[in-house]
Design a protein around this ligand. Structure first.
Ligand code: HEC
Length: 191
């Protein structure tokens, strides 16, 4: 008798637990590329900017150019993963590794055309084979002029000297605050 009651309690308990289980969802989670891209870009920009500010304070502007030369790439990779890569792209580049490829050039043209018309620059999602790119413009801020502004006006001679020695083909000077300096490209690799 005792056994029978125990068994029925057990069956009741098991079926109650079983009925509580959620049915398996088949819906694949949509990835919000813009939100994810924005948060990677923000984290990277904050890291890059505070490292640069610290280098300027500790080593002065010429020392900070050298710091940037050695650390811009490792810092840009901090918040990425095997499936998500991050690149800074610029047509007027300082480091040739940041030159645009053919997909980047199409987006670059869209940004420069909008800028020339005085339109606000909208970030954009571009699908390419096996990869989805998220592009976001990089505008020049006043603090950037010390290394990307006009030579002889914004850029000190000692800074020009070190830039020229590290980057003999530098194209990244002559900018004013608000100019389109480059663009972020977050790439989501599709496997
Ligand atoms: C202390 C000098 C210095 C300052 C200040 C500085 N940069 Fe740069 N910037 C560099 C150097 C050096 C590189 C090349 C880094 C490399 O070799 O990867 C660079 C590269 C870049 C690139 C990558 C494209 C390219 O030209 O190779 C972008 C975009 C950029 N800087 C934007 C900015 C912005 C925006 C600011 C201000 C928030 C800024 N920089 C402030 C020195 C500086």
């Amino acid at each position: 008798m005792k056994n029978k009651i125990f068994t029925s309690i057990l069956i009741f308990a098991v079926s109650a637990v079983a009925s509580c289980r959620q049915p398996e969802t088949k819906v694949k989670k949509e990835i919000n590329y813009q939100a994810q891209g924005d948060s990677i870009i923000k984290a990277t920009f904050d890291t890059l900017k505070s490292a640069l500010t610290k280098a300027i304070q500790q080593e002065g502007l010429p020392g900070a150019v050298k710091y940037c030369n050695e650390n811009a790439f490792p810092i840009t990779a901090v918040w990425t993963s095997e499936n998500i890569t991050l690149k800074r792209v610029a047509e007027n580049y300082r480091n040739p590794m940041n030159a645009p490829d053919s997909t980047d050039s199409v987006q670059w043209k869209i940004f420069t055309t909008a800028k020339a018309k005085g339109d606000a620059l909208q970030p954009s999602i571009v699908e390419a084979p096996n990869v989805i790119h998220y592009y976001k413009p990089i505008l020049l801020q006043p603090m950037c002029s010390a290394c990307h502004g006009k030579k002889g006006v914004d850029i000190l001679p000692a800074v020009s000297t070190i830039i020229d020695s590290l980057y003999p083909n530098d194209k990244a000077t002559g900018f004013s605050a608000g100019d389109l300096r480059g663009m972020w490209r977050v790439s989501f690799i599709q496997r």
